[in-house]
Design a protein. Sequence first.
Lengths: 367, 445
Amino acid sequence: MRLFSVLVICVSIGFFSSCSSDEAPISSLCPTIDEADQTALFEFYKDELIIPAYTQAVSDVQVLKSGLDNFLNNPSTDNLLDVQNQFKTAYLSWEYAEPFYFGPAEDQLIEDHFNYFPIDMENLQLAIQNGFDSDLTEKYDRGFPAMDYLLFNGSESEIIEALTQSDVRTYLLANIENMESRIVAVEEAWRGSFGASFVANTGKADGASLSQIINTYNRHFETIKRNRIGLPSGILTLGFKQPQVVEGFYSAMSLELAKASVAASSAYFYGHVGGTDAHRSIYSLLNDLELLSGNERLADKMDAEIKVFANHLDDINGTLDYAVEFETETINELYQSMSGFVVLAKTDMPTALCISITYVDNPSDSD
Amino acid sequence: MSSMQKIKDYLNTGVSIAPLVTFRLLFYGLFFIGAIRFIASGWINELYSGTAFYFKFYGLSWVPNIGSYAMLAIYIIMVLSSLCCLLGFFYRLSAIITFLGFFFYEFTDATNYLNHYYLVLLLLFLLIFLPANKAFSFDVSYRGVKSFDRIPRFMIVIIQFQLACVYFFAGLAKLNADWLINFMPMAVWLPSKSDLPLIGPLLAKPFTAALFSYGGAIYDLSIAFFLCFKRTRTVAYLFVLGFHLMVGLLFNIGLFPWIMILSTTIFFSDEKHVKILSKIGFNPNKDTTFVVSKIKAVYLGLAFYVFVQLILPMRSLLYPGNVLWHEQGYRFSWRVMLVEKAGVATFKVFDEEDVFLGEVDNSKYLSAYQEKQMAIQPDFILQYAHHLKNQLEEEYKIKNLKIKCDCFVALNGRASQRLVYADTDLSQEVDNWAVKKWIIPLMDN
């Protein structure tokens, strides 16, 4: 009996201590999203955003490959210019395919094979001597960044001379073939069974399509913030700038690439690509569900912050490596505004949608 | 006779050793399997190589970081020592080794803290002192250790008490507004399992979250009492089976369901245990009672243990605000499955004149999982800030750096809000038992 009264006292203490606090109730519980709306959303992403991005990237990579073939067979200044331009086109197209790092893209480890930057120059020489191997060659020795270096570092004659050495030549061809075969495989999977299962994979389970979209959107945005802006700017190294680690340093297209990756991220969020008017997207979903963050609409809040950092990015001229050195203020503002957005995208949005962030998952059990 | 004396007599009455023997077999058997599972899963490498920094528990910062190879060695030793415990072979020594190994594992990186690991550690600790090898063991058969068929009752009761604590305090912790009114975090977690066959669609329904929340709270608060009484015991055990198997199916909680399912068999009567064990050869010397020497000291130790176990889970009441948010007094309190938190913590570095120098790339110092855990737990944020100060001052040869943190956390469906004051130099704050004033209370939103 005595035990029982102790129990009652304990329960009451616990109960009142938790009720007496003056916090407001939780504003929104998990929203229900119609099955049909989900399917339509996934269909839109697949057909209007993802497949077009891969199709474009595949075609531009193939053009680059034949351009490279052509140049290596007939090394000339004109042919070098051609292949350099083809490289730029392909690199920019890739930026629009990069956000969708799940399913077949993840199976193909496409990010590591396409765009792990910066390259490790000393190691690249070693890798060239050893010959390209899609399993063994390090991720920082291959893909676009390796080509960026080999196709653009030095004067035209120096480049031509370097490229026509037989080991470099073989390396470049193997690298582009590896890229082509991987991205073709991804595109085919999207057009085939993976695309179909993506559309059908409704619900909120980890690994369901909505969870993939929210997670990869976040992940991609964080790589823009850290790799494209944070590391070169010196913000992450107490002010010690590393302009040479920008993406596309040698081809001097760092700013174009950064803008393209931000545009790709925005397209992922808003569903904006040319053509259709009826955009379905993360943005439209947040709007339709009228999800709130505090008293404000989450969609409006995110929209406003995206505009802020997009404006800061527009303020930058020339190349990112130049801006990192001489337009520190603008770069800092850009970076800080991106940090603010990460909070909304990584905590408020998943919370409001009841989706968990799984790209950082428990390695072992939880409780 | 005073009631104190009555209690003492009750606790000292001889009861069969059989339940303790069963417990030894099941618990160490599970530990043995668990250790092998841990090695086979590759978790040691994943968790203990790659970063140079590990989070520590308050007061346990002295536990050294030994790297993944040494950790693997510890695990292999624990596989062997738990097997010895299971067989009752050099029992005391093996029990001590198993306990120390697991202690070391558990306290090397606080990131990996799990309540059920803590329970395992406590049980391993108790088992060092219990004469679980005094019957049906290699020690008795081959090493001439004397066998007994009766032990004082408190040796069984202490394990029952420990298990009851887990349930009861886990139930108490559920009596909060998030759990009872908003059904959080069940309302988020259950729909995320809606792709399961058969029950999947049901899990997406709001009603199910309410059912789980109230069912879970009632179960936790009452199950230990129902297990204590003979009349309700069988039904209660069926509930134990059903509850843990279901929860185990739904959530990624590893061996926890099995720990509880196997451990709670200790609530069954002596006769049941004797009956089952004798089928596999349990046959201790009849009418021999294990006598405890220095009983006063033992009772004192026992009372202290019980006191600590009752006080630790309640200590969070001493801290103002919502424990789910500030996490002061959160661990070692059987608070399980209570929060869904998402956080982002950005550390900013200033020089002594308060000039902003830059931000910290967390991925340089922490694993992705450590970063995720750090961003939602204030004491980790503090430890990490101290580590950063040392690390960066050495790396950049700058003195008197200030470390501040922009940390935003969304708790159980609320909009995100700041967890710590942005202008506090965290490297000057000390971790202790006092209220952490640099934590911003959970606010209306």
